[in-house]
Design a binder for this molecule. Structure first.
Ligand code: ZN
Length: 381
């Protein structure tokens, strides 16, 4: 009987769309803190080993510098919403990197992680980077959120090492150059919670996900001095177990990718607020179509859903190739266009959105400070 009631309840508990009477703009960005190709030195090292880098933008994915982060912060600061608040970027962090030094000492037989809090691995160097993150957070320009630990699936890497064939050889060549992996060259590596190939294809078990997520949340807290409230699974590969474990660990907001059309935020039965991206602003990867972006933004506003813009960290990198200048300029143009099209827009982060979704306008008013005029945000279910 209980099971029957439960199943009836589940059937009736369709996610209810949460809509807003005011244009909200959310900027979401993945892959912060995660190292790639180690600048010119790592690039040359990999080329010397026969890896023909330069065929794809992600061959030039490195790691943001303090200057990249400061330029991004300055761009956000140039923009103000109708409350006078600057634009704010949700930054999804990988809170560990591979510890290449320890892995090398062990003959590259196992994965070893180094938390961001202990600094970058091996010869990676980014003077002032962590301070630049923290300064942006202090100014309310950046909102740190959870991406994960490694981004790739640890089980897939362990399977490759065990097999000890070409895949293990490629991994060790990359690790020797202090690059963890380059996804497009090896999609078999999967995403953190999802293994694309045998053995044990599919999502990791709930226990395995729990270990990874608990570690990630605890590393996040020690690096940022606050709990992660929002999470985005690497590759957007999350299942119900991921959601359950996130909820257990204090996550309240789930970031989902574009691709399922325009989708309104909704609460799931773990009490997690799901948010969906609407616009991909990725100048490093493809041409920016501002007119199309504005059309999508208008459609979001017409439906009362937030304009969620995705811009990955690679777009702000500059040490191997200057992706940053074009992105800052495109971001400036897009935000200027949105501000002129929707004069009453609000730049929000996930905490603002959560407050607005749960308690209506009052919480957002309180967060806007005593000098600000009251926004007319309403929750319309
Ligand atoms: Zn990612």
């Amino acid at each position: 009987m209980r099971r029957l009631l439960h199943s009836i309840f589940r059937k009736e508990a369709q996610p209810q769309s949460i809509t807003f009477s005011r244009p909200l703009v959310l900027l979401e960005s993945d892959d912060w803190g995660r190292v790639g190709v180690r600048d010119r030195e790592g690039f040359e090292q990999l080329r010397a080993k026969g890896i023909r880098l330069g065929e794809h933008p992600y061959d030039l994915y490195t790691l943001e510098t303090a200057a990249d982060v400061t330029a991004l912060a300055a761009a956000l600061m140039r923009h103000r919403d109708s409350r006078g608040h600057p634009a704010s970027l949700v930054m999804n962090f990988c809170v560990t990197n591979l510890d290449f030094t320890v892995m090398k000492a062990g003959g590259y037989h196992h994965l070893e992680l180094r938390s961001l809090g202990d600094g970058l691995p091996a010869n990676w160097s980014r003077p002032g980077l962590f301070e630049a993150y923290r300064e942006g957070i202090r100014q309310g320009l950046f909102y740190p959120a959870m991406h994960g630990l490694t981004h790739f699936c640890p089980l897939a890497a362990e399977n490759a090492l065990r097999e000890n064939g070409d895949r293990a050889h490629l991994l060790r060549t990359l690790w020797e150059a202090e690059t963890p992996y380059i996804y497009w060259r090896m999609p078999w590596i999967g995403y953190e919670y999802w293994n694309p190939e045998k053995p044990r294809t599919g999502f990791l078990t709930v226990q395995h996900q729990r270990e990874l997520i608990q570690t990630a949340c605890s590393e996040f807290q020690s690096f940022f001095g606050r709990r992660a409230v929002s999470a985005c699974a690497p590759g957007y590969r999350a299942n119900r177990d991921t959601h359950r474990v996130w909820a257990e660990n204090g996550i309240r907001v789930v970031e989902n990718g574009t691709g399922s059309g325009l989708t309104a935020p909704h609460m799931d039965d773990f009490g997690l607020l799901h948010v969906y991206r609407a616009i991909d602003l990725e100048p490093a990867l493809k041409e920016v179509e501002t007119a199309k972006h504005l059309e999508i933004a208008s459609a979001c506003v017409a439906r009362g859903i937030p304009i969620v813009i995705s811009v990955h960290a690679i777009n702000f990198h500059s040490s191997l190739k200057d992706f940053r200048s074009a992105t800052v300029s495109e971001l400036d143009s897009l935000l200027t266009a949105l501000e002129s099209k929707f004069p009453n827009l609000l730049y929000v982060n996930h905490e603002d959105l959560l407050n607005a979704a749960k308690s209506g306008v009052e919480d957002l008013d309180a967060a806007s400070g005593p000098q600000e005029k009251a926004p007319e945000l309403q929750e319309v279910r």
